[in-house]
Ligand binder design. Structure first.
Ligand code: FPP
Length: 229
């Protein structure tokens, strides 16, 4: 395969519908979604992708029932708790974007611990977007810059102060479940991303689906506002 993305950003949509179709509670859909995350990580390593970012909890997801929110938090906490050896064995670095303060202490603790334990890993960086929203991130960034008393700010000032300042902009954005929306994900960073909206529900996502996405990406012509070469 040629012309691969460096950074893939994923909106994991369809967990609820996957569960509903089987008469199961929504959180079992999220649980199955974690298995799809694991398959995707393995496939990213296989295809030499350097960065993958998962939209795990948005600033708008607080509108959901408390039971579902608590369920997602405990899935995330257990996932991080159970996997430090796996991350180190596979050389995966864990990072996050988003504003963590409203999260439960045990989840924050587990995340910080995992980030510290995996900081020297290099093969793949897995970023979790947690209490993340593009609009919230931009607002926090502008407020940070205002405190520096700058008279004028450049886009470089903004991008260097976004949560994503350690990441290249995503080359490919995948949103599963057939919804054609970006839902407040990395709005500035996606200015030139290629978008792909497969019908598959997130819990059914696998290596074959990723390969399909990579094949489609490799055929796209990216001009970044310039002319065809
Ligand atoms: C959307 O499906 C999915 C979410 C709100 C996030 C689910 C979070 C996880 C699977 C945990 C992620 C864990 C890691 C390790 C990255 P939906 O509930 O909106 O689906 P629906 O549209 O079919 O209802």
């Amino acid at each position: 395969m040629y012309n691969l993305p460096t950074h893939i950003a994923i909106i994991m949509d369809g967990n609820g519908r996957w569960a509903q179709k089987r008469g199961l509670p929504r959180n079992l859909g999220h649980k199955e979604g974690i298995k799809a995350v694991e398959r995707t990580l393995d496939a990213c390593i296989k295809f030499h992708i350097k960065f993958v970012t998962f939209y795990a909890f948005s600033t708008e997801n607080w509108k959901r029932d408390k039971e579902e929110i608590d369920g997602i938090f405990s899935l995330l906490r257990d996932y991080l708790k159970n996997n430090p050896d796996y991350f180190n064995k596979k050389d995966i670095k864990i990072k996050h974007i988003g504003e963590l303060s409203p999260f439960p202490e045990d989840l924050k603790k587990e995340l910080t611990k995992t980030e510290n334990q995996t900081t020297n890993n290099e093969t793949l960086t897995m970023t979790l977007a947690l209490n993340y929203g593009g609009q919230d991130e931009i607002t926090r960034t502008v407020n940070k810059l205002l405190k520096e008393n700058k008279m004028e700010i450049t886009y470089k000032d903004i991008s260097q102060n976004l949560d994503t300042n350690f990441l290249p902009d995503p080359d490919l954005v995948i949103r599963t479940s057939g919804e054609n929306r970006l839902s407040n994900f990395m709005m500035l960073q996606m200015a030139y991303s290629e978008l792909y909206f497969p019908k598959v529900l997130w819990p059914d996502f696998n290596e074959k689906e990723l390969k399909k996405a990579l094949k489609i990406f490799s055929k796209r012509e990216r001009r970044f506002g310039g002319l065809k070469k």
